[in-house]
Design a binder for this molecule. Structure first.
Ligand code: NAP
Ligand code: ZN
Ligand code: ZN
Length: 346
């Protein structure tokens, strides 16, 4: 077993603290990765506080992982020692179901194995990227294209793919007006990627505070939604809305900003149900769809796309000792736009 160090929440809502644990010895198909950076996703906070239910403790969060390969198993032909690699939200899946066969491992019929807060095929808990090293089957490891700054690349492994996947799936591109609701970790990636795909992007943010940032990120328009009348004025304006908001909110006010046949893509995962008024959908044949991260093949495509377009996340790099303070700041919306932990601080 590999003695490993990290930070864990010992129970729901407890502050994270130093924690030592063991990882499996790398097998023939495994890659051992020395972790360099790990992003802080709002999902880490939802799970460390058990806001979605079913959390497993102790929990070492972290699923936006970038690091260096330090060892490869005898059967691994695709990675070598010294290579820069990434790990996202899952580290295994059944590999045989229809979803896995289609490269949609995130929708695996028997359930993907989460990078943390999951159980591996032997029933052992998985631990994430707020730690010095991780052992992952090579089929679930991504290649980080050369030239991408590593701290800024880490959030691509969740925030990047979560926004890229549905934008590609629904064919968002030139000639489309895309509204991004919530300018946080996911939202700012949606602006950059949506723009690179050719869409005209409007940011719908709950206050005026991020107007300048939105322009700098490439949005052509910015609307502060604190006054409901503002949204009424946007009725039937957009082809697509991507909702990245982490807190409970009314979906209908955003559905009403869609054109006929428009699509609202839900990626934010608040803890409360989101009631939909039937006429928000019926009257304009609108769609309200969800999307979960992305498969391994598509994540690799996304990384290449971001490298081609010079896209990374805007990050604030922190030592791991500041993780609890960072959680509080994420909840307050006080981050531009992703905290990334430098594991050298561990
Ligand atoms: P984040 O950085 O905290 O961003 C969320 C944004 O939502 C905030 O920046 C804020 O934007 C807006 N917001 C927050 N509280 C609000 C409130 N009370 N009222 C109105 N707006 C509010 O979080 P994130 O890491 O981007 O994650 C966003 C959500 O996506 C989380 O629920 C997370 O669990 C989920 N997620 C889903 C997937 C998936 O596969 N579907 C993957 C990753 C994360 P403004 O200040 O601009 O209003
Ligand atoms: Zn995430
Ligand atoms: Zn499967």
């Amino acid at each position: 077993m590999l003695s490993t160090h990290g930070y864990a929440a010992m129970q729901a809502g407890a502050p994270l603290r130093p924690f030592s644990f063991e990882r499996r010895d790398p097998g023939p198909d495994d890659v051992l990765i020395a972790i360099r950076y790990c992003g802080i996703c709002h999902s880490d906070i939802h799970q460390a506080r058990d806001e979605w239910g079913g959390s497993i403790f102790p929990m070492v969060p972290g699923h936006e992982i970038v690091g260096t390969v330090t060892q490869v198993g005898s059967a691994v032909k695709t990675f070598r020692e010294g290579e820069t690699v990434g790990v996202g939200c899952f580290v295994d899946s059944c590999r045989t179901c229809e979803s896995c066969q289609r490269g949609l491992e995130q929708y695996c019929e028997t359930g993907m194995i989460l990078t943390y807060n999951g159980l591996d095929k032997k029933g052992q808990p998985t631990y994430g990227g707020y730690s010095n090293q991780i052992v992952v089957d090579h089929r679930y490891v991504l290649r980080i294209p050369p030239g991408l700054p590593l701290a800024g690349a880490a959030p691509l492994l969740c925030a990047g793919i979560t926004t890229y996947s549905p934008l590609r799936h629904w064919g968002v591109g030139s000639g489309h007006r895309l509204a991004v609701v919530g300018l946080g970790g996911l939202g700012h990636m949606a602006v950059k990627i949506g723009r690179a795909l050719g869409a005209e992007v409007t940011v719908l943010s709950h206050s005026e505070a991020k107007r300048k940032d939105a322009e700098r990120l490439g949005a052509s328009d910015f609307v502060a939604t604190s006054q409901p009348a503002v949204l009424t004025a946007l009725a039937r304006r957009f082809h697509f809305v991507m909702d990245t908001v982490s807190a409970p909110h009314d979906a209908n006010v955003y559905l009403d900003t869609l054109k006929t046949d428009g699509t609202m893509i839900l990626v934010g995962a608040p803890t409360e149900p989101m009631p939909v008024a039937p006429f928000s959908l019926i009257l304009k044949r609108r769609r309200f769809v969800g999307s979960l991260i992305g498969g391994i093949r598509e994540t690799q495509d996304m990384l290449e796309f971001c490298a081609q377009h010079g896209i990374t996340s805007d990050v604030e790099v922190i030592p791991i000792q500041q993780v609890n303070e960072a959680y509080e700041r994420v909840i307050r919306g006080d981050v531009r736009f992703r905290f990334v932990i430098d594991l050298a601080s561990l």
